[in-house]
Design a protein around this ligand. Structure first.
Ligand code: PGA
Length: 220
């Protein structure tokens, strides 16, 4: 990862159509220009390449990422999107989000394969962990600490606990650490000042509304 910190990720999850993504970019694009760190949009797969064209056409300072990746390289895997197909348009891939672990039963070995696949294709994995003791896949540089109780609930983890977890995770390896879970314009400034926090993963609660997401960028 060579991009400037803080890294602020908008994880749109399974939301928005193409027109809504264009509208989102029109509002967040100009705001991202003045942001000192890196803005990363992770839309649904069908819109990544269109968003890439749109971002280039307007010169927006926004990077693109995928919300997931196939564990397979290529071939007879109906419905899968391998990392090789994301090369050139996505700079990051979110791996191991709790929604994928829970709904799609992705375990550590599948997640490691996904991280390897991202790395083999020159794409940075953002590896999500749910607690300070969640095992971290090898070849990972960016960790997103996302306690499930905080996701989509409006109740972020406490500053004290985020600090403790960040310290523990960075104990032996100097990972880049993002916090995710009910990040909003009202708490982003405070959380960004917690030692060890290098950015945010903002999910459906406050990344879908472009004004709300832009306010997070302005506040940190
Ligand atoms: P939230 O989601 O910001 O809506 O709490 C975070 C995430 O799931 O990445």
């Amino acid at each position: 990862m060579n991009d400037a910190l803080p890294l602020v990720v908008a994880n749109h999850k399974a939301n928005k159509n193409w027109q809504e993504i264009k509208d989102w970019l029109k509002i967040v694009g100009p705001q991202a220009k003045d942001f000192k760190g890196t803005v990363l949009l992770c839309p649904s797969y069908p819109f990544i390449s269109g968003a890439y064209e749109e971002i280039n056409a307007h010169g927006y300072k926004i990077k693109l990422g995928a919300q997931d990746v196939s564990q397979f390289e290529s071939g007879a895997y109906t419905g899968e999107v391998p990392a090789a197909q994301l090369v050139g348009i996505a700079d990051y891939i979110i791996v191991g989000h709790s929604e994928r672990r829970n709904n799609f039963l992705e375990d550590e070995s599948v997640l490691q394969t996904k991280v390897n696949s991202a790395q083999n294709n020159g794409i940075d994995a953002i590896y999500c962990v749910q607690t300070e003791t969640t095992p971290i896949a090898k070849n990972t540089m960016i960790i997103a600490y996302e306690p499930p109780f905080a996701i989509g609930t409006g109740n972020p983890d406490t500053l004290e606990n985020i600090g403790k977890v960040a310290k523990k995770i960075k104990e032996s390896i100097p990972y880049i650490l993002l916090y995710g879970g009910s990040v909003s314009k009202d708490n982003a400034a405070h959380i960004s000042m917690v030692p060890g926090v290098d950015g945010f993963l903002v999910g459906a609660t406050h990344s879908l509304d472009p004004h709300s997401f832009a306010q997070i960028l302005r506040s940190i």
